[in-house]
Ligand binder design. Structure first.
Ligand SMILES: NCc1[nH]cc(CCC(=O)O)c1CC(=O)O
Length: 316
């Protein structure tokens, strides 16, 4: 039997401030758990970083923020990768796995404005920045009058565009803002009845090679069971729906009274059509619950909404 003594671990991450914060956070936790371990970080430029100005829905493709790092991992250039779970496609490349999921603290979206105290306070026709079809459709569903404009770039760039007066308000993930020490910029945490988060939002994924038991053992201490169950249900849900393009879908799993509760919403792009549903069940059946909820919502009109979407993206 080959025993490999690992004392060096190379983490792959993107070079953005948020990604580096996340990689350093995981590196610190690993150093604390394994004092002998030498942990370093190697940064990568992904396709998603290169096209920071183009509307996300137009660049398309799965694994926009992950692929280059995954290739390096499969080649053995890095041992693990730290990603925002939200940025990971439902299906991973063969040979890779999510070896650990950290505890999720802040799954929700934040409304940020320098002028208005909440989404409700925005005047008629106000300009709100977001490039996420999910955020756009859910916000339009509540406020049909708003003028939603594309907003891309890293968290800092997006806040700068708000501060320059290009928008009356913007929406960003609470988790990203807090990680960057920008929690003070949050004007309102959007309630889930208005805006359900993206799959995996707020959780970090440690990706490793499926055959690398050494790395899997080293990162096992980072795993949070409740978050794993929630995101397993969310990702199973997404896997049923995903057609390759960005879709206006929100989904959120949580453990409530020992049971898994999974809520989801599918919308039309303009938010005028909205299908909402919720399922409760055994935490150990997370993936089954996710698929069941997806099937139910597809049957309840979700299929039609997705078909219209697929047609719209073909025409572009
Ligand atoms: N879309 C990019 C992205 N990927 C992960 C986060 C935030 C952190 C997280 O959701 O875990 C963000 C920024 C945002 O959506 O505001």
């Amino acid at each position: 039997m080959k025993t490999q003594i690992t004392n060096r671990l190379v983490i792959g991450a993107r070079g953005s401030k948020l990604s580096l914060w996340q990689a350093n956070h995981i590196a610190d936790l690993l150093r604390a758990a394994h004092p002998q371990l030498e942990v370093s970080i190697k940064t990568f430029v992904t396709k998603g970083d290169k096209f920071l100005d183009a509307p996300l829905a137009k660049i398309g493709g799965k694994g926009l923020f992950t692929k280059e790092i995954e290739t390096a991992m499969l080649l053995g250039e890095v041992d693990l990768a730290v990603h925002s779970l939200k940025d990971m496609p439902a299906e991973l490349p063969p040979g890779l796995m999510i070896a650990a999921v950290t505890k999720r603290h802040d799954p929700d979206d934040a409304f940020i404005s320098n002028t208005y105290a909440s989404l409700d306070c925005l005047p008629q026709g106000a300009k709100l920045g977001t490039s996420s079809l999910r955020r756009k459709a859910q916000i339009l569903s509540k406020r049909t009058d708003l003028n939603i404009e594309d907003l891309r770039g890293n968290v800092d760039t997006r806040l700068r565009k708000l501060d320059n007066g290009e928008y009356d308000a913007i929406v960003l993930a609470v988790a990203g803002l807090k990680r960057l020490g920008l929690g003070g910029r949050i004007t309102q945490v959007l309630p889930r009845e208005i805006c359900l988060p993206a799959v995996g939002q707020g959780a970090l994924a440690i990706e490793a090679r499926s055959d690398d038991a050494t790395v899997q053992d080293l990162v096992a201490c980072l795993e949070d069971n409740a978050t794993r169950q929630a995101i397993t249900a969310e990702r199973a849900y997404l896997q049923v729906l995903e057609g390759g393009c960005q879709i206006p879908v929100g989904v959120f799993g949580q453990i409530v009274g020992g049971e898994l509760k999974l809520q989801a919403v599918i919308l039309s792009l303009d938010g005028t059509k909205k299908i909402s549903d919720v399922i409760y069940g055994n935490c150990d059946d997370a993936a089954v619950l996710g698929r069941e909820l997806a099937d139910r919502m597809l049957a309840a009109g979700g299929s039609n909404l997705l078909a219209v979407l697929a047609k719209a993206s073909e025409e572009e």
